[in-house]
Design a protein around this ligand. Structure first.
Ligand SMILES: CC(C)(COP(=O)(O)OP(=O)(O)OC[C@H]1O[C@@H](n2cnc3c(N)ncnc32)[C@H](O)[C@@H]1OP(=O)(O)O)[C@@H](O)C(=O)NCCC(=O)NCCSC(=O)C[C@H](O)C(=O)O
Ligand SMILES: [Mg+2]
Length: 352
């Protein structure tokens, strides 16, 4: 049976000279994690402009990068760290490395941490199966941080994309104070679970409920259901328990902006902080969806103003408010304040 670390050891650096892990997550607006294929020079060159619109730019080294371009993608990621000052626009800089059992993982992490460790905010780890994967990456990154004299800890973000990972998601989230969050990886997860779909996220016309038959034999209404509801709910609960962030991952039908928006909306309502954008068209969708709606923020502000100490019962616009709705309102207003601090247009729309 595995044992948890003693509380006093949990936040100790794992290597002499490595920075101490964060005790609280840095407060960053991360509505979209924008994927860049760093081996394609033309696309990589757009990173500076994209960084003005996106909250996070991620250099992708894993799936979607051809085997013969893995080294070029790694070199491209290092070039991005050198060429662009992402921090100056308040944009996060992340990299998705190849998975732990691949021939590239060790060089990916070694080069990123030692050559770009002061620019890199988060390493995204694919196909995490259990806490043991996080422990290994955690120790390795600490050793490299110490070697390269990195001053600020690099965080870890795991992708939930195997059946085993979903089984172990709570332990993964709690495995290290280096954990930043978790993203759902619906494509790999579908394959791992033997789900019969070729889609990257989103719904499926075969997954629906159908109305009972009518006596007159008329057509029965049917509605598609959300294939990802169970996994997103499990992921959100595990992340919130650990004090880290949950993200919906990719939506692969780049042309279907409506379905992308709906999938992101479901994730936002269920507690996710953001989603991945694979194409520039998905950045604005994520920005709009993962910013609370203006009328919701104004209503939430009314609740907080009516109940300054968060207790008692009040009626606002015909709706009962109490301690619990005060907490709901606070979630929305706190997020709106974070967005307002970054985005002046949103600040005035929210009335801050
Ligand atoms: C999906 C794409 C291959 C589509 O690219 P393309 O055919 O070039 O699209 P467009 O012609 O519409 O592009 C218009 C212009 O935009 C530029 N562009 C495209 N994508 C990006 C981008 N990600 N960042 C910046 N700029 C981008 C094009 O160069 C065009 O520019 P111009 O020619 O000057 O007009 C492509 O979007 C892409 O490669 N996206 C990333 C794909 C990716 O990262 N996939 C992996 C993540 S999903 C995954 O791994 C699954 C997950 O793990 C799971 O298991 O679920
Ligand atoms: Mg994947």
């Amino acid at each position: 049976m595995s044992k948890a670390k003693p509380p006093r050891s949990f936040f100790k650096p794992l290597a002499i000279g490595a920075p101490a892990p964060f005790r609280e997550l840095p407060v960053n607006v991360e509505r979209m994690i924008h994927f860049v294929p760093p081996h394609i020079e033309k696309v990589r060159a757009k990173s500076g402009d994209i960084a003005k619109k996106a909250d996070v730019i991620l250099a992708n080294l894993e799936d979607a990068i051809p085997t013969d371009a893995k080294e070029a993608a790694r070199a491209g990621a290092l070039a991005m760290a050198k060429e662009f000052d992402f921090a100056a626009t308040g944009t996060g800089f992340w990299a998705r490395v190849n998975c732990l059992n691949s021939p590239w993982f060790l060089d990916d992490v070694t080069e990123l941490v030692t050559k770009a460790g002061n620019q890199l905010d988060v390493i995204m780890l694919p196909k995490v199966e259990g806490p043991w994967d996080i422990h290994y990456a955690d120790q390795l990154i600490a050793q490299l941080e110490a070697k390269a004299n990195i001053k600020r800890p690099i965080m870890l973000h795991a992708i939930l994309e195997t059946a085993e990972g979903v089984q172990n998601v709570e332990e993964i989230c709690l495995a290290s104070p280096r954990m930043h969050g978790i993203s759902l990886g619906p494509a790999d997860l579908a394959a791992s679970r033997a789900m019969k779909t070729t889609r990257v996220g989103g719904g499926h016309p075969f997954y629906k409920v159908i109305e009972d038959p009518h006596a007159d034999g008329s057509a029965r209404a049917a509605a598609q259901q959300d294939l990802w509801h169970y996994t997103v709910a499990k992921m959100v609960d595990a992340c919130c328990t650990a004090g880290i962030k949950a993200f919906y991952g990719p939506f692969g039908d780049i042309a279907d902006l409506d379905a992308c928006e709906q999938q992101f909306k479901n994730a936002f309502l269920m507690g996710c902080a953001g989603a991945w954008s694979l194409h520039p068209n998905q950045i604005k969708i994520a920005k709009d969806v993962f910013s609370p709606a203006i009328d919701e923020v104004l209503f939430a502000k009314k609740i907080l103003e009516a109940m300054p100490d968060g207790s008692g019962v009040h009626m606002i616009d015909g709706k009962m408010q109490d301690d619990a709705t005060w907490k709901q309102a606070k979630v929305i207003v706190d997020l709106a304040k974070q967005i307002a601090a970054k985005d002046h247009d949103m600040a005035s729309a929210y009335g801050f």
